[in-house]
Design a protein around this ligand. Structure first.
Ligand SMILES: [Zn+2]
Length: 385
């Protein structure tokens, strides 16, 4: 009703104007034209309904004595120079994940190396500075120094405003699902579990201290995450150390997670790179799986254990299509940990390595590319500074 009377009014004004003054009529016509141009432009123009973000992930931060000794300063530690060359690849993506394999036990606990690691809190500060947003702390070293190290570590992560997942200070902390909300309006839930804790039992009644791989619990957690967030990222500390191919158990867990609707799996523990793949879930959904992201920064010597990398995925959300989210365009930057007789540790992009740092650098780089992309020929390699 309201619309009809408004239209009548417009027609009346038009008639009156048309009869009284020709110039005014011309003006009016121009005005009408302008309006219709604007409205058709508005209709024809694709109103953007798709939003996108990038998710990045790196593997193990495994801080041996030789690494923290190299980072020592007059009044503490500084790990930032070690990661300087890879900062842009961690900083630019919307959300960046890392596997912090060693607890940052902090003050009151001595720093320690293999087999019971305890790392300086400055490792956490360096990750924060590099642009890391989320760390998994569920791994076989979570309980190396017991509950006290977990309490110290979680306190420090909270102090520097870093989202941590997989190990918790109390029950309430355990029950709080980690959801990273991006400015683009895409929410990413993170879950993390480990196969075990090197034989150290989880203290009685304190299951919240570390998430163990348990399909029943995972199913429940994944259901909550798929309900509450656009994207579900599952961090799994699994597989066999130093094996360059995933085990049956890794494949079985990846299939299980895909069937539950997980979008991305970030695997770690073998300390070497394993190929990436797409796994189809029960509902025809596709899950991107990085079976093992390798060591990102460690003091391990073996050639393959010096190699890790930065995984990048694009996540697209279509607001019109019921908020459907798609994981696309996997990219990878292979990295290499170099040292000079346990000094001057650096994480370097492999594409930039010279033969002085790694003899036959190009050949090694090509081999690594073929290895990681053997099931996913569409995997792109990041080769820009
Ligand atoms: Zn491990």
């Amino acid at each position: 009703m309201k619309r009809t009377s408004l239209l009548l009014g417009v027609v009346c004004i038009f008639l009156v104007t048309a009869c009284t003054n020709q110039d005014d009529t011309l003006e009016y016509d121009k005005e009408m034209k302008r309006h219709s141009l604007i409205s058709s432009a508005y209709e024809e123009k694709d109103v953007p309904t798709k939003k996108q973000i990038t998710l990045a992930a790196v593997g193990d931060m495994l801080i041996h004595d030789r690494v923290y000794r190299d980072a020592q300063t007059e009044d503490g530690y500084d790990f930032k120079p070690m990661l300087k060359e890879v900062k842009p690849y961690l900083d630019h993506p919307t959300v960046t994940f890392a596997n912090q394999e060693t607890m940052i036990g902090g003050d009151g606990l001595p720093v320690a190396s293999y087999p019971s690691f305890n790392s300086p809190v400055e490792v956490g500060d360096a990750l924060k500075h590099m642009g890391v947003d989320v760390v998994s702390i569920a791994n076989n070293h979570t309980l190396d120094h017991g509950e006290v190290a977990i309490q110290h570590a979680t306190r420090h992560w909270n102090e520097i405003d870093m989202m941590y997942v997989g190990a918790h200070k109390d029950k309430k902390d355990r029950n709080e699902l980690r959801i990273y909300n991006t400015e683009e309006g895409i929410s990413v839930a993170f879950l993390a579990y480990t196969y075990g804790t090197n034989g150290i039992p989880v203290p009685d009644g304190k299951d919240y201290l570390v998430n163990l791989i348990n399909r029943k619990q995972m199913k429940q957690d994944i259901a909550e995450a798929t309900e509450r967030a656009d994207v579900v990222v599952l961090s799994l500390h699994f597989g066999k150390e130093y094996k360059r191919m995933p085990s049956k158990e890794q494949k079985s867990l990846a299939q299980f997670a895909a069937d539950q609707g997980v979008d991305v799996i970030l695997g770690h523990h073998p300390h070497v790179l394993q190929p990436v793949d797409w796994v189809e879930g029960a509902e025809g959904n596709k899950t991107f799986v990085a079976y093992s992201l390798g060591n990102f920064l460690s003091g391990q010597y073996d050639h393959y254990r010096r190699i890790g990398g930065v995984l990048q995925l694009t996540i697209v959300k279509d607001e019109q299509d019921q908020g459907v989210v798609e994981v696309t365009s996997p990219k990878f930057l292979p990295t290499y940990v170099k040292d000079d007789q346990e000094n001057d540790y650096r994480v370097l992009p492999m594409f930039s390595l010279s033969n002085d740092i790694l003899p036959d650098a190009k050949e090694h780089y090509e081999k690594i590319k073929n290895h990681i992309a053997q099931w996913t020929p569409e995997l792109e390699f990041i080769e820009e500074k």
